[in-house]
Design a protein around this ligand. Structure first.
Ligand SMILES: C[S@@+](CC[C@H](N)C(=O)[O-])C[C@H]1O[C@@H](n2cnc3c(N)ncnc32)[C@H](O)[C@@H]1O
Length: 275
């Protein structure tokens, strides 16, 4: 039997190829992000404008080294390297996503590397990075305490952890249709904002700031659904009918759950305790 991790990886293997390698996927992305700082390669709920803010929060700069955890096809790692001048590593467990991410970065200075690996077991020595970033991915990774502990381990003392994630802001939905719609892109393991605060403090982080971005998250989900409808013929051809219908239901359900105050999005900034 396939594990939850394997099932989620398969859907991302497929989705990264469908969105990144087809004109219809790219047209949908250009439409989706057109009012919000443009498409920077993100397959998530974080706008170009928000990414600029995340980049500032990392304090990455020339001579520093960053890690993008669950980097997908690498747009965010490339963006951080280009805008801050730092060296970047991106890690994701989807091999097709890493293959796509590696295109065109071989000779860049400062270097950008993309590596295949699991967020729960990072293949790096302790105190390797000045900042760890993760965008809208941790919610689908089980064993969150392990991921947070790994982030603390690979960060240098005083290093920054900066991430966005989907969180529980009310009771977890119980009805079968909602649960099914929400698990199309992997089973969700959402923390609460206060749960994140406790988890981070326990792992040795200080200066923990948690900002709510749910209103924008709802707007982005509505726009995802709108772009599905607008590009329906091409979308059905690329995704197939089942994934098209499931994807549309996924984004509509997320928007509804967000508007109803059950699921939301946070931006989290924290510092690994120095010394
Ligand atoms: C919603 S996508 C976001 C990708 C990217 N951060 C972005 O904003 O475009 C979630 C990503 O998490 C990756 N992922 C999920 N579980 C993972 C794990 N245990 N280890 C590494 N990557 C994982 C998936 O392959 C996928 O690329």
């Amino acid at each position: 039997m396939r594990t939850v991790i394997e099932e989620t990886r398969e859907i991302y293997d497929l989705t990264h190829r469908q969105i990144t390698l087809t004109p219809a996927g790219q047209a949908m992305m250009a439409y989706l992000w057109r009012d919000w700082g443009g498409y920077l390669g993100q397959l998530s709920w974080t706008t170009g404008t928000q990414l600029r803010e995340l980049a500032r929060a990392t304090a990455l700069a020339p001579g520093k080294v960053g890690l993008d955890l669950c980097c997908g096809t690498g747009g965010i790692a490339r963006y951080l390297a280009a805008t801050t001048g730092c060296a970047m590593t991106g890690l994701d467990y989807s091999a097709p996503a890493i293959d796509i991410a590696r295109r065109g970065v071989a000779d860049l200075v400062p270097p950008i590397r993309f590596e295949h690996g699991d967020a729960r077991d990072l293949p790096y020595p302790a105190a390797t990075f000045d900042a760890v970033v993760s965008v809208d991915s941790l919610v689908i990774v089980p064993d969150r305490h392990r991921v947070v502990a790994e982030c603390a381990r690979v960060l240098k003392p005083g290093g920054r952890l900066v991430f966005t994630d989907e969180v529980l802001t009310g009771p977890f939905p119980r009805d079968a249709d909602t649960l099914r719609a929400l698990s199309v892109y992997g089973r969700l393991f959402p923390q609460t904002p206060s749960g994140y605060r406790r988890l981070l403090a326990h792992a040795g982080f200080i200066d923990i700031d948690i900002h709510d971005s749910t209103a924008m998250f709802v707007a982005i989900n509505r726009r995802w659904a709108e772009s599905y409808r607008l590009f329906e013929p091409q979308g059905r051809e690329v995704l197939g009918d089942k994934l098209f219908d499931d994807g549309l239901a996924f984004f509509e359900t997320l928007a509804d759950q967000g508007a109803a105050g059950r699921l939301g999005q946070v931006r989290v900034y924290a510092t690994k305790r120095p010394g």
